[in-house]
Design a protein around this ligand. Structure first.
Ligand SMILES: Cc1cc2nc3c(=O)[nH]c(=O)nc-3n(C[C@H](O)[C@H](O)[C@H](O)COP(=O)(O)OP(=O)(O)OC[C@H]3O[C@@H](n4cnc5c(N)ncnc54)[C@H](O)[C@@H]3O)c2cc1C
Length: 254
């Protein structure tokens, strides 16, 4: 199995503070990380590789420092990385074209895995756009993935029903957060990851036409959370009763 994982470096959204005056997110000093669902997707890739053999290549379009975060994925179990240096202004159309170009250059692939969405922009567009550009089938929101000799079978949970789908290779799947618990690499694996290759490609190696963003992000503002700070200090039974009433009042419970 040749597996390609698309992984995005993002700001750690849990660490972002909002400037109370401007409502703008304060990004200075916020650490970067690999988007959570991309680690779920890697965990699925590793499980497939453990069972069927093969190779996992991570592809990232990002800033040069994304290389450091890629090492984490190599330590978890990916075999090599491709880092495409990101142009200054991007949008979904550009990122999807760059990933498609990089994947075409890699050449051989059976499965492409993406997260269901990134934790920062959360559009969920890149996987489906990429499958469209590569003209391959896609299965979105995969929670269980089983690889059989000629096909992939995937199950997704839609709350009140689960849906099982299958597709021949090559196929792109987007993976949900609920699919698994990504493994933590051992110290030995972290040390060994420094010997795994990361290839750095520039966008001109990948696409001949000049890519321009079609969508501009005009503004990003934090939405302040209004907390009620209601504290119940009676004995436990009374407090639970009051909590239930309060939740019912705001429509959380019926
Ligand atoms: C450094 C930086 C600068 C940016 N500048 C702009 C800007 O100027 N204007 C603007 O409108 N937007 C900008 N963006 C946002 C960018 O266009 C979007 O993040 C991008 O289109 C992906 O959309 P998304 O995060 O909603 O991905 P989703 O579609 O939610 O992501 C789904 C999955 O697609 C894959 N994926 C997504 N992005 C990448 C990636 N970069 N590399 C590898 N895999 C990926 C991952 O598997 C991910 O889990 C910038 C982003 C970055 C990182």
């Amino acid at each position: 199995m040749n597996i390609i994982l698309c992984a995005k470096q993002v700001v750690d959204v849990a660490e972002i503070k909002i400037d109370p005056a401007t409502k703008k997110p304060v990004l200075a000093g916020v650490p970067q990380k690999i988007s959570d669902m991309d680690k779920n997707a890697l965990e699925e890739a590793i499980k497939i590789k453990e069972k069927h053999g093969g190779k996992i290549t991570v592809v990232t379009v990002g800033a040069p420092d994304a290389k450091e975060r890629m090492r984490e994925l190599l330590a978890m179990g990916a075999d090599e990385g491709v880092l495409l240096t990101q142009p200054p202004q991007t949008d979904y159309h550009m990122i999807a074209h760059l990933l498609a170009g990089a994947i075409k250059k890699i050449g051989s692939y059976d499965i492409i895995l993406c997260g269901e969405a990134s934790i920062d922009m959360f559009s969920g567009q890149i996987g489906p756009r990429l499958a469209g550009l590569l003209n391959i089938p896609q299965i979105t929101y995969a929670q269980q993935i089983t690889v059989e000799p000629t096909k992939v079978v995937s199950e997704k949970n839609l709350g009140e029903k689960s849906v099982t789908m299958e597709s021949p290779f090559p196929v792109l799947l987007t993976v949900t957060k609920e699919s698994n618990q990504p493994r933590l690499p051992s110290l030995m694996a972290i040390l060994a990851s420094s010997n795994k290759p990361i290839h750095e490609w520039s966008t001109t190696d990948i696409v001949s036409q000049t890519l321009q963003p079609k969508v501009q992000t005009l503004d990003v503002k934090g939405i302040p959370m209004q907390r009620k700070n209601i504290i119940f200090q009676d004995d436990l039974d009374q407090s639970v009763g009051k909590l239930v009433n309060e939740l019912a009042k705001v429509g959380v419970l019926r």
